[in-house]
Design a protein around this ligand. Structure first.
Ligand SMILES: Cc1cc2nc3c(=O)[nH]c(=O)nc-3n(C[C@H](O)[C@H](O)[C@H](O)COP(=O)(O)OP(=O)(O)OC[C@H]3O[C@@H](n4cnc5c(N)ncnc54)[C@H](O)[C@@H]3O)c2cc1C
Length: 404
């Protein structure tokens, strides 16, 4: 029996190696010259391979879109299995904040090399080529046609072509085209875990300013809080990005336009504590101008903007600042607010939300319900998760199941 796997990413390599180990003759076709091009850039080059949470339920909870479709996949190849898999292949792992799992080496290349070795040792044949079409005859998979025109016959084809984000890594949405042509429904691909464009004209002035240890709250148009988090963010020429902003974006499933992001610049201090802290600084600088009083409190590049937004005249002597003005300054520092215009494009998204409809895939095998012998694995399927290693867990679990 011959199996073709399209795509040499996380899901493709996992499914190819697994199928080959089960006695299938497997050809893995990848259009890039190297395998795992996206994997290499995951986790800022460190690859957050999975999440070490205790329960499968927690994995499911972190998949806001079609999470329950993944029960079989997650139970068949759990996060513990993923960790054992890499450690058995000689990649020691470590667990960091939020149960995020990384290679001890902090090198995503070690993860790619381990997956490649798994494929080689299992007897997978590699081809560098672009698949143009998946072939089916009478409702049964027949093979693939390459861009060169060459046809490779196979009884089984696993589509592991990824999503549509970061297209330069090879994930250009080809799998959606293959699936649609064979009768599958494609939920519209949309960006998730994506930077947010903002309205305020002062934001681009702060381009490159990175804030560590801030808290953000995303509220919708009706002022309902839909997400809050603590950590790191960055201002850009178009708006805001960084880990907590990307996570926030995944919670705004229907779009983000008109939403507000409240940034607490001093989350470790209550309003009262912050006021006391400012009073101390004001005492220290009492004969200086207001514009020269915030250097101990804020990063230099933020000060000009905060002064402008505070409405307090920059030249006002500190001893003349009123209690009300100080109170408004505290409000500003506890809730610096930006208004969302929309998401950045899908190409800048960490993850594609949308893809091949889960209603048309058997959750216990990843086989298409429409075409016999056709399987899907990874981001091409209409599932997507939050940050924390959950997206790669999806790729590995669905890849393993399809390979089986
Ligand atoms: C910057 C960034 C950082 C990330 N960090 C993390 C992280 O730390 N942890 C985490 O869990 N997730 C992370 N993700 C998400 C994660 O990388 C993806 O969810 C995961 O790689 C999806 O795996 P996949 O195998 O489905 O697709 P991909 O890894 O995208 O692989 C698909 C492969 O198919 C190939 N292909 C496509 N079409 C064809 C064709 N027609 N013919 C032949 N080959 C084809 C592509 O070239 C590609 O190599 C990150 C994503 C990005 C963009």
């Amino acid at each position: 029996m011959k199996t073709i796997v399209i795509g040499g990413g996380a899901a493709g390599m996992m499914s190819a190696g697994t199928a080959a180990r089960n006695g299938q003759s497997v050809v893995l076709i990848e259009k890039n010259k190297i395998l795992g091009k996206k994997l290499l850039i995951t986790g800022k080059g460190r690859c957050n391979v999975t999440n070490a949470c205790d329960e499968v339920e927690t994995l499911i909870r972190n998949v806001p879109r079609n999470g329950t479709f993944l029960y079989s996949a997650f139970y068949t190849f759990t996060n513990a299995d993923v960790m054992r898999f890499f450690e058995d292949l000689g990649v020691p792992l470590k667990v960091e904040r939020g149960e995020r799992v990384f290679p001890v080496s902090d090198r995503s290349a070690d993860i790619v090399n381990a997956l490649r070795k798994f494929c080689v040792d299992s007897g997978v044949e590699f081809r560098t080529a672009e698949v143009a079409e998946v072939l089916a005859v009478d409702g049964k998979t027949a093979g693939v046609k390459l861009l060169s025109g060459e046809v490779i016959n196979a009884d089984k084809v696993i589509v592991a072509t990824g999503g549509k984000s970061y297209a330069s890594t090879g994930s250009t949405g080809d799998g959606y085209r293959f699936a649609r042509k064979l009768g599958h429904t494609i939920a519209e691909p949309k960006p998730s875990l994506v930077p947010i464009e903002t309205v305020e004209d002062w934001v681009p002035e702060l381009m490159g300013v990175s804030l560590k240890n801030v808290a953000v709250a995303l509220v919708d148009g009706k002022d309902k809080k839909i997400y809050s988090d603590f950590g790191e963010m960055i201002f850009t020429h178009f708006g805001v990005s960084g880990p907590i902003v990307l996570s926030a974006s995944a919670h705004a499933r229907g779009g983000v336009a008109g939403f507000k992001l409240h940034i607490d610049l001093k989350p470790a201090l209550t309003r009262e504590q912050l006021d006391a802290r400012i009073l101390r600084d004001f005492e220290k600088y009492r004969n200086k101008d207001f514009k020269n009083s915030l250097a101990d409190l804020l990063p230099q590049r933020l000060i000009d903007v905060i002064i402008r937004l505070s409405g307090i005249p920059p030249e006002l002597k500190i001893h003349s600042v009123t209690r009300e003005q100080r109170s408004e300054l505290v409000d500003l520092l506890k809730s610096l607010t930006v208004t969302a215009k929309g998401f950045r494009s899908i190409d800048e998204a960490i993850i594609t939300s949308g893809g091949v409809s889960v209603k048309e895939i058997d959750p216990s095998t990843m086989q298409s319900k429409l075409v016999e012998g056709l399987y899907f694995a990874g981001e091409v399927i209409d599932v997507d998760a939050y940050t924390g290693g959950f997206n790669l867990q999806i790729a590995f679990s669905t890849g393993y199941l399809a390979g089986q």
